[in-house]
Design a binder for this molecule. Structure first.
Ligand code: SF4
Length: 235
């Protein structure tokens, strides 16, 4: 996985928005701000917010963003249509994230992951942003390592994001109980793959979304069918 060439990641399905989010060289803060916005709405809707704001501001430079006052951000997030379900709260998080990037990282968000840090350090740095919890912090570190191929010293503190697909698939595969809690799934992933628990995230999610649906799983098409104890039950 780490040797494979980096490919452009489709975060939103909107080419210009994805280009901004993939541009870790000139706009690394776009990726960070999208992570901060990713809560309580669909991911695609959250990840497009930096691009929607860039359209209104006429660019997405840190200089332009740091010049915005709290009321400016709230206006950008709410007019003409709300960009998030919780405009006021997320406007505050957006502005405070911009300030943190400016003050702690000299305006260069790439310093969050520069110099081959330990995974725990990267997760910790994301957790310092207002509104970011362990799930999003781990997801951000996972995308950086897995998709952007950013070098980390190790990956042991990048946890699985135990969403509904992941929990269902790990349960049906017999890797944890079918009623496992989020915390149980996170620790089971640590037990299964201690050096990089989060690596189990994407395949589990993909299997869940593609074949292992909540109702009528398509076991005959799933590449885990020969190993899965639940597959025979669905024949
Ligand atoms: S074989 Fe069937 S039950 Fe098992 S993971 Fe695949 S789709 Fe799910």
């Amino acid at each position: 996985m780490f040797r494979a060439p980096k490919q452009s990641i489709e975060f939103t399905g909107v080419p210009d928005a994805d280009a901004l989010l993939n541009d870790l060289t000139a706009h690394p803060h776009a990726f960070v701000l999208a992570c901060v916005m990713d809560r309580q709405i669909k991911a695609e809707k959250a990840w497009i917010i930096p691009y929607r704001i860039s359209e209104k501001v006429g660019g997405f430079s840190m200089d332009a963003l740091t010049a915005l006052r709290e009321s400016d951000v709230e206006l950008l997030m709410s007019q003409p249509e709300p960009l998030h379900r919780f405009v006021k709260k997320m406007s505050n998080y957006f502005r405070s994230a911009v300030q943190r990037i400016a003050e702690e990282y000299g305006g260069d968000a790439a310093r969050i992951w520069a110099d081959k840090p330990a995974s725990a350090e990267v997760v910790y740095r994301f957790l310092r942003f207002d509104g970011v919890g362990p799930k999003i912090a781990s997801m951000a570190a996972n995308i950086l390592a897995r998709d952007f191929k950013i070098a980390f010293a190790e990956h042991s503190c990048i946890d699985i994001s135990a969403d509904t697909h992941v929990r269902r698939v790990l349960g049906r595969l017999g890797l944890c109980s079918t009623d496992a809690t989020v915390e149980q799934v996170i620790y089971k992933a640590k037990a299964l793959h201690p050096t990089f628990p989060g690596i189990l995230d994407f395949p589990s999610w993909e299997i869940g979304r593609t074949w292992c649906k909540a109702r009528a799983p398509e076991c005959d098409k799933c590449y885990m069918r020969l190993l899965c104890p639940t597959a025979s039950l669905n024949k």
